[in-house]
Design a protein around this ligand. Structure first.
Ligand code: SF4
Ligand code: SF4
Length: 501
């Protein structure tokens, strides 16, 4: 025990009258919290190791367990909060950078919750999505500025390469290595069944998943792990990852302990080596350099696949997006500061970047002002939590949304935010075979399909209420949005009026 000892953050409450000492909790907890005491003839707990993942609570057959946040706290202090003091103790003993997982948990504004959606009344009547046609299909990629006719007067229907989605939602980048084989299998299968796309992240594509290629976005990140000709050919689109919402300005790091077996083969790096992606792409220092990579990837795939450039939402995102739109990219993906991650330095995750709502509104407006909005499609992510967030994002100007945290929640994640430890008790953010097998891809993909089916129905209901029957008609339709409790500057950036106006 160090000088800094403080009471554990969580308490394990075991109802002794209900506990039958079946030891399920002991077998299910990879953090070794529970144990059976032969001497005392009962279960005991070392709650200092508990991360509150709720696995034991969910599987206890007699509902004997509860995990509660400890009410044993340091003396109240509005400036020096308990979490801050814990972090200082941790760094004082380790000397290391603090690491965190999942998205920024700080109470910063969530603009989606301060934006309300319109509904038709009396005139311009609502549409009943159960009885009338409603189009949720979208196509991502460059669109022509005007209609062209060929020499014999017929319409020229040839378009640059497009991604077709049955609804405006895709599964965002999560690498094989940061998430398990079974989590990847669930995402790939669900994307195929739904007619949408999932994203390999920067870890390459396991050979078993090549068959899902038409529903796969293959990512090219600064580490270039697992990137080769067949990989590029396999995907429906190629994404250049310049940045990520949870950690703008820095690269990635998958510890050597997770680079085992198939993960090492797929990434094309030796087992046990840390997979470190540099902060910059070492061949990109300007929009011209980015253009070279965009066209190299197009050239490598015979100009048949759209190229996405993914960036984190940062202060001058509108100017950055304008440059990307001129680089030849077909799609810009912007990741807001609440976006999730398998691991990021805590200070970066919690303090760098800007909300996706403001970034999206600023980028869409800038591209319109410059007359280049049709040059690119816009995909946004960074804590899209539900169908109404999707509808608001489309109305603010997005063509589609990326989701990741919502997808892993559907797979059973309980947001304990300890993915970086590699001991995910739900079989998602782990490579430990005994934990991976806890996630059944048949069930996982079915749950993802259910989630997306539910969202699609809700999107149609919300659009119907507005009297709008297609995503195309909703896109950039900011008249359908009103702000509540926002100041004038926020309303100006979002390009919406206040409720009551
Ligand atoms: S870490 Fe999870 S499984 Fe282990 S005791 Fe805590 S809640 Fe239960
Ligand atoms: S993926 Fe697993 S480790 Fe990560 S937050 Fe969810 S339950 Fe916890």
């Amino acid at each position: 025990m160090g000088v800094e000892f403080i009471y554990p953050e969580f308490e394990v409450i075991r109802n002794e009258a209900r506990c039958i000492a079946c030891r399920v909790c002991e077998r299910q907890c990879a953090n070794e919290v529970h144990a059976y005491s032969e001497a005392r003839g009962l279960m005991i707990s070392d709650e200092s190791k508990c991360v509150n993942c709720q696995r034991c609570v969910s599987l206890c057959p007699t509902r004997a367990l509860k995990i509660v946040k400890s009410d044993c706290v340091l003396r109240e202090n509005a400036n020096w909060q308990n979490d801050t003091i814990r972090e200082i103790y941790k760094q004082a003993s380790s000397g290391g950078v603090l690491l965190s997982s999942m998205g920024n948990p700080k109470p910063l504004p969530v603009y989606w919750d301060k934006i309300l959606i319109n509904a038709s009344q009396v005139t311009n009547p609502p549409i009943d999505p159960l009885r009338e046609p409603m189009e949720t299909k979208v196509f991502l990629g460059k669109k022509p500025e005007k209609i062209h006719r060929n020499a014999d007067g017929n319409l020229d229907c040839a378009l640059p390469p497009q991604i077709e989605l049955s609804m405006p939602v895709m599964f965002s980048a999560m690498s094989y290595g940061s998430i398990s084989y079974n989590a990847h299998a669930s995402l790939a299968r669900a994307a195929s069944a739904l007619g949408i796309l999932y994203n390999t992240g920067e870890g390459g594509l396991h050979e078993d998943f090549y068959r899902y290629g038409p529903h796969t976005i293959v990512q090219v990140a600064s580490g270039r792990f697992g990137v080769h000709e067949d990989y590029l050919e396999a995907g429906a689109a190629i994404e250049i990852k310049m940045g990520q919402g949870a950690k703008p300005g820095i690269g990635g790091h998958l510890p050597g302990a997770k680079i085992v077996g198939d993960v090492s083969r797929t990434r094309m790096i030796p087992e046990g080596t840390d997979a470190i992606s540099p902060a910059p792409h070492h061949d990109i220092y300007s929009i011209e350099d980015l253009r070279q990579l965009v066209y190299s990837l197009k050239e490598a795939t015979a100009y048949r696949k759209p190229v996405i450039v993914k960036v984190a939402a940062v202060h001058n995102i509108a100017a950055i997006a304008s440059g990307i739109a001129r680089s030849g990219a077909d799609i810009i993906a912007i990741d807001g500061f609440r976006g999730g991650t398998g691991a990021a330095p805590t200070r970066i995750r919690d303090n760098v970047g800007i909300p996706i709502e403001l970034a999206l509104a600023a980028v869409d407006q800038r591209l319109r002002d410059e007359g280049i909005r049709n040059n690119v499609s816009l995909v946004v992510g960074g804590s899209i939590r539900c169908a109404s967030d999707v509808v608001k994002a489309i109305a603010l100007g997005a063509d589609a949304c990326y989701i990741a945290t919502a997808a892993v929640l559907a797979l059973g994640c309980h947001l304990c935010r300890t993915c970086h430890t590699g001991k995910c008790n739900w079989g998602i953010a782990t490579q430990q075979p005994d934990l991976v097998k806890r996630l059944n891809p048949d069930i996982g993909s079915e749950r993802l399909i259910n989630l997306m089916t539910a969202w699609r129905h809700e999107i149609m209901e919300l659009m119907g209420g507005m009297g709008i029957n297609s995503i195309e008609a909703l896109r950039g339709n900011r008249l359908m949005l009103r702000g509540v409790g926002l100041n004038e500057k926020e309303l100006e950036i979002l390009g919406i009026s206040h409720a009551g106006e």
